[in-house]
Design a protein around this ligand. Structure first.
Ligand code: PMV
Length: 350
C-alpha cells in the first residue's frame, strides 16, 4: 500500500511530466580504479569535463505504482541498459521512496559516435540522473541548493566516473567526499584553456569491462600502495592545475595513465587493453613534443584510445601533427576534437 497520494503528487508536479538535460563526458587525469560497497571509490580521482562529447536525456514520467522503465537510445530500445536502469532506480528509490510511484521513459542520444570506443556511461548516467534529480526537486524531496550534489551522488550510484560529469572544468571525487563529485576551485588560467584530441585506435568492445577491472583491483597485490599513491597523486594534480605548471603536469598525467595500464598487466589475472598502435602514438608524441616544444601530454582511459591533452594556444600545431603523423594509426583515421567544458545544461523539451 502506497504512502503517497496520487493527487498530491500531481499537484506538486504542476502539469510537468517531462525533463531534459544534457551532460558531458569527462576524462580522468588521476584515475578511479577500485571500489567498495555501493560504488564508493578506494582512492581519490580528478578529471577534466569535456565540451563536445555529451549525452542528452529526455525523461517522461507518469504516476503509476506498477512501475515500468523504458530506455530508447537514439530511438532504439536498449534492453541491456534498460535492465541496468531498473536496478539503478530500485536502489535510488530506497533513499527516495516516492520514486516508486512512477513509470519512466528515458530517451537518450550522444554527440559522439556509438562505436567510437568512448565510454558513454559517465555522460549518460549524469544526464539520466539530472532528469531524476529535477523530478525530486519538483516533488519537494530536495532543495535547489542540493541539486547538483544530489545529481552527482545518484549518478555515482549508476557509474562511478559519472559523479564527475556534473560540474564544469575540473572535478574531484573521493578527495572532498566519496559520496559525490566536487568542482575544483582556483584553477590557473593556463589550465582553463585545454584541448583533448581523442584518437580512436580501436572501437571494438573491451575484453574486460571497467566493473570487472574494479573487482580485480581489489585483489591486486599492489592495491594498498596504489590507493595511497593515487590519493597523493590527486592532491599533486590539483595543486598543479591551480599553479599552472605544465612542466610538472605532463609527467604526472602520463605516468598515471601508464600506471593504470601497468596495474591491469601486473595482476595475477592480468589483461592488456592497449593495442600496438596505442604505443606507436605514444612514441610519436614523445618525439614530436621534443622537436616542437609544444605543451602536450597523453592520457588513456581503460581502453586503447589515446587522449592528447594540450594547451589551446597550440591547437593548430596539434591538429597538423595529428594529420601528418598519426592518422595512419587510427581506426578509419577517426579522432574527436574536444576541449574543456563547463558542465551540464538544462535541455529544451521538444
Ligand atoms: O565509472 P566506471 O565504473 O566506468 O570506471 C571508470 C574507470 C576509469 O575510466 C578507467 C577511470 C576514471 O576515473 O574515469
Amino acid at each position: 500500500m502506497s504512502t503517497f497520494n496520487k493527487e498530491d503528487i500531481l499537484t506538486k508536479l504542476g502539469g510537468q511530466s517531462r525533463f531534459c538535460w544534457q551532460a558531458p563526458s569527462n576524462i580522468a587525469f588521476v584515475k578511479y580504479w577500485g571500489k567498495v560497497d555501493f560504488q564508493l571509490p578506494t582512492n581519490a580521482s580528478v578529471s577534466m569535463t569535456l565540451k563536445n562529447c555529451h549525452t542528452t536525456c529526455e525523461l517522461s514520467v507518469s504516476v503509476n505504482s506498477k512501475q515500468d522503465v523504458t530506455l530508447l537510445f537514439e530511438g532504439q530500445k536498449d534492453t541491456k541498459f534498460e535492465a541496468k536502469l531498473v536496478k539503478h532506480i530500485e536502489r535510488v528509490s530506497s533513499d527516495y521512496p516516492i520514486l516508486k510511484e512512477f513509470s519512466y521513459r528515458f530517451m537518450t542520444s550522444n554527440t559522439f559516435p556509438h562505436s567510437a570506443g568512448i565510454a558513454s556511461s559517465a555522460s549518460s548516467m549524469a544526464a539520466i540522473n539530472l532528469c531524476m534529480t529535477e523530478l525530486l526537486l519538483k516533488l519537494g524531496q530536495i532543495s535547489e541548493d542540493q541539486f547538483f550534489t544530489v545529481a552527482s551522488r545518484l549518478a555515482r550510484m549508476g557509474s562511478g566516473s559519472a559523479s564527475r560529469s556534473l560540474f564544469g572544468q575540473y572535478v574531484d571525487w573521493g578527495k572532498t567526499t566519496k559520496e559525490y563529485g566536487t568542482q575544483v576551485k582556483d584553477i590557473h588560467p593556463d589550465f582553463q584553456k585545454v584541448g583533448d584530441a581523442v584518437l580512436i585506435v580501436d572501437s571494438s568492445e573491451k575484453e574486460v569491462s571497467s566493473s570487472q577491472g574494479h573487482k580485480l583491483m581489489m585483489e591486486h597485490p599492489y592495491k594498498d600502495f596504489r590507493f595511497q599513491q593515487a590519493d597523493a597523486k590527486c592532491n599533486e594534480m590539483i595543486s598543479i592545475l591551480q599553479s599552472g605548471d605544465w612542466d610538472k603536469f605532463i609527467p604526472l598525467l602520463e605516468s598515471e595513465a601508464l600506471e593504470l595500464h601497468g596495474l591491469m598487466m601486473s595482476g595475477r589475472e592480468w589483461f592488456v587493453l592497449m593495442k600496438p598502435n596505442t604505443l606507436m602514438i605514444i612514441d610519436k608524441l614523445k618525439k614530436w613534443r621534443k622537436e616542437s616544444g609544444v605543451r602536450i601530454g597523453f592520457t588513456l582511459d581503460a581502453g586503447p584510445n589515446v587522449h592528447l591533452i594540450y594547451h589551446m594556444d597550440d591547437k593548430q600545431k596539434v591538429h597538423e601533427f595529428i594529420a601528418k603523423d598519426l592518422l595512419g594509426y587510427l581506426e578509419n583515421q577517426r579522432w574527436i576534437d574536444d576541449e574543456i567544458g563547463n558542465g551540464p545544461l538544462r535541455g529544451e523539451i521538444k
